[in-house]
Design a protein around this ligand. Structure first.
Ligand code: NAG
Ligand code: NAG
Ligand code: NAG
Ligand code: NAG
Ligand code: NAG
Ligand code: NAG
Ligand code: NAG
Ligand code: NAG
Ligand code: NAG
Length: 627
């Protein structure tokens, strides 16, 4: 056995060495020459030099090649001391380049014409140089362009309307230049960041761009005149009975399905709040008016609706007004609504109450949360922040939450949750939470793990929602709260949640899946029972079989799996935070159970003699630390 291993090690090493040699010899010779031509023809300090005898892909500063090292795909030379114009016919030969960063140098001259050859260009950073002259006129050559940052230069001339061909553009930063003329109507759904501040632009901010904050346009001579009269009077119902479409559309971000949905939900919420007012109009049109009034005043400080992913479907005003909203439930942090559009697009709009942090802090947290895309995390699609109203928009899950599935009214014909489903819920949720814990440099905490925040993704695995809100909201009074059943004992302030307190909450969820009981439940009579305490006491008394949901007992051959999950759940809810396992470990353990479950589950005959509840109970009692 030993020598075999050794042999394969040698073999592997040989392969690695061969691969390395191969890479040294195979390199993008033409790209290398283009880079040398570039450096030799632009002002640069001595310290920046590329050795022509060494590998461009592995040893040249600021150069990145593709996987097979056949082409250069990124150049990053920020603050490298480059000066003078970009020499013709040099960088433009790097035709596969995707990222080009030359920011914070002293580069002068025009935007290089040859860059139109760089068809794969995705990220372009030329900010903080001394470029001058016009912007390129034809943007349609860069299909994939995502970030275009030319800020802090001396570009002049107008902003070309061909920018609107860029269907992947996310950031367009042209601030601090001398651009003039009118702002073109750039209808780019993918655009998330726009900065045109401090130029010489004039005219009207086009509707399609009014979703961006006013700072995006400051330092120019531009107005919002046509779309949003500065002092729109709150006029009597009669004058308003005909909706002013331009006004409303000006407020609503251009042609975006989520935007419409949220505003629709928002409108409906407003209606509910203000109740029935007097007016000789039918109920439906009355709703329209109230909403218009509110929406308008709301949007005076323009547009705080922030989207995390492009949305491209367009809806007309009629669709918007037909959207219906329905209360899904009141949660810890606010009320959730289901908002349905006629094209069957449905989202959940959550209206937060008692957000205590300022706009900036809120936005920063949303930036972190909103960028998470994971199959076990419910996507945050958009949010809205104003003094009066904070809204969150999430994907909608048809089947409802795990809490509803476990404890909800039994619908005729709907079967209860079987063991496989519960395992998949646990594994999926663990994957989601483990992923959340890696975000923001490992500092992001879920903060509100409970069955009503977990849904089933299309593959039938758990999927977590409501991430990162706990730190933004006023603290939840300790007792008297349903969520208290999930809260780690050391946590006195809900804003101070930690990874360890998340693990505790997840442990409670595991116990809930196993027992079918709510974290705080009534055992009949007056007594209220904490699930964690109850499970611990039952296990201590060696009645383990009693803890499991009776619904699960009808499945053969799952006791051992249930017991494993029980052990894991109890390990997660130990009183001392440091003794709890970390989320990645919890996930591994759950996946082990799953492997047993799907893989080599023994037949019922061979299994029947293996385990009796009491034996197992003794196991657990010795391995877990009761509260
Ligand atoms: C590269 O190698 C050639 C020949 O071996 C040599 O003449 C040249 O000076 C080397 N260049 C550098 C920058 O080391
Ligand atoms: C680059 O080429 C353009 C014309 O194509 C020319 O006007 C310009 O002077 C050239 N720049 C340099 C640095 O050679
Ligand atoms: C755009 O990027 C994708 C990968 O992100 C790539 O497959 C595609 O070839 C690129 N297209 C162009 C025109 O660069
Ligand atoms: C560049 O774009 C072309 C055409 O879309 C594509 O075939 C190629 O794979 C892309 N190169 C890279 C490195 O993505
Ligand atoms: C703008 O560029 C100048 C040099 O051209 C630099 O000193 C300054 O720090 C830059 N400002 C920003 C905000 O990048
Ligand atoms: C664009 O450049 C500015 C500096 O002028 C910088 O502050 C900003 O972060 C950059 N944005 C992007 C998306 O690169
Ligand atoms: C524009 O210049 C101002 C003043 O120098 C600076 O504060 C701001 O960060 C710059 N913005 C960008 C995007 O470079
Ligand atoms: C841009 O600036 C150059 C001088 O740097 C000037 O010749 C040219 O007329 C300007 N163009 C516009 C459109 O202002
Ligand atoms: C701003 O633009 C308006 C016309 O759009 C013009 O009447 C006014 O003089 C401009 N103001 C400045 C400071 O350029």
């Amino acid at each position: 056995m030993g020598w075999k291993l050794e042999l394969s090690c040698i073999f592997l090493a040989a392969m690695v060495i061969e691969a390395m040699l191969f890479h040294v010899t195979a390199e993008p010779v033409e790209d290398k020459q283009a880079l040398l031509d570039f450096l030799h023809n632009i002002g640069h300090p001595h310290s920046l030099s590329w050795n022509e005898n060494s590998s461009v892909c592995t040893s040249w500063r600021g150069v990145t090649c593709n996987n097979d090292q056949s082409r250069v795909i990124a150049i990053r030379l920020p603050g490298a001391g480059l000066s003078g114009p970009i020499p013709n016919n040099t960088l433009s030969r790097l035709t596969e380049i995707q990222t080009l960063s030359l920011r914070s140098n002293g580069i002068t001259g025009p935007f290089p014409l040859g860059f139109s050859e760089l068809k794969n260009l995705t990220y372009l950073y030329l900010q903080s140089n001394k470029f001058s002259g016009p912007l390129p006129s034809d943007f349609s050559v860069w299909n994939n362009l995502t970030v275009f940052n030319l800020s802090n230069n001396s570009f002049n001339g107008s902003i070309p309307s061909s920018i609107s061909h860029l269907t992947h553009l996310a950031s367009l930063i042209l601030a601090n230049n001398s651009l003039s003329g009118e702002i073109p109507d750039l209808n780019i759904p993918s655009l998330q960041e726009l900065n045109l501040a401090n130029n010489k632009l004039s005219g009207i901010v086009p509707k399609s761009l009014q979703r961006f904050p006013s700072e995006s346009f400051s330092g120019n001579n531009v107005t919002y005149a046509s779309a949003l009269p500065p002092a729109l009077p709150v006029s009597p119902p009669k004058e308003k009975s005909k909706l002013s479409e331009p006004a409303l559309l000006g407020i609503i971000i251009g042609g975006c399905v989520l935007g419409f949905t949220v505003i629709a939900a928002f409108m409906i919420l407003c209606c509910n709040d203000s109740g029935r007012e007097d007016g000789g109009l039918p109920v439906k049109s009355q709703k329209k008016e109230v909403s218009l009034k509110k929406t308008t005043s709301e949007s005076q400080d323009k547009n705080k609706m922030v989207f995390f992913e492009g949305c491209s479907l367009a809806f007309d005003l009629e669709d918007l007004l037909r959207a219906s909203a329905e209360v899904l439930g009141k949660g810890t942090f606010g009320t959730a609504y289901k908002a349905a559009l006629e094209d069957a697009t449905t989202v959940v709009v959550k209206r937060l109450k008692e957000v205590i942090v300022g706009k900036r802090e809120f936005e920063q947290q949303m930036e972190v949360v909103g960028r998470i895309r994971h199959e076990n995390v419910v996507a945050l699609r958009a949010y809205y922040y104003s003094k009066e109203e904070k809204l969150m928009v999430y994907d909608y899950y048809e089947q409802g939450s795990v809490s509803a599935m476990l404890h909800g009214k039994r619908v005729e014909g709907r079967s209860h949750l079987d063991w496989d489903t519960r395992l998949r819920i646990a594994i999926g949720a663990a994957r989601g939470i483990a992923h959340v814990h890696t975000q923001h440099g490992g500092k992001l905490v879920h903060g509100n793990i409970k069955a009503s925040n977990i849904f089933l993704n299309p593959k039938g695995f758990g999927c977590v929602s409501d991430i990162g809100l706990a730190t933004l909201m006023s603290p939840i009074p300790s007792p008297a709260l349903r969520s208290a059943g999930y809260r780690a004992p050391e946590l006195t302030d809900s804003r101070k949640a930690t990874h360890a307190s998340d693990v505790y909450s997840f442990g409670v969820l595991l116990l809930e899946l196993l027992t079918g009981k709510s974290p705080i439940h009534n055992m009949g009579g007056e007594e209220v029972v904490h699930l964690v305490r109850w499970v611990n006491s039952v296990v201590r008394e060696e009645w383990t079989a009693e803890v499991f949901d009776v619904e699960l007992l009808r499945y053969p051959n799952i006791e051992e799996e249930m017991v494993e999950m029980l052990q894991l759940g109890l390990a997660c809810v130990v009183r001392i935070p440091e003794q709890r396992p970390k989320m990645p470990h919890v996930l591994t353990m759950l996946e082990e159970i799953r492997r047993m479950n799907t893989g080599n589950r023994p037949s019922s005959e061979s299994r029947s003699e293996v385990s009796t509840p009491t034996v197992i109970a003794a196991d657990i009692a010795s391995s877990s630390v009761p509260q």
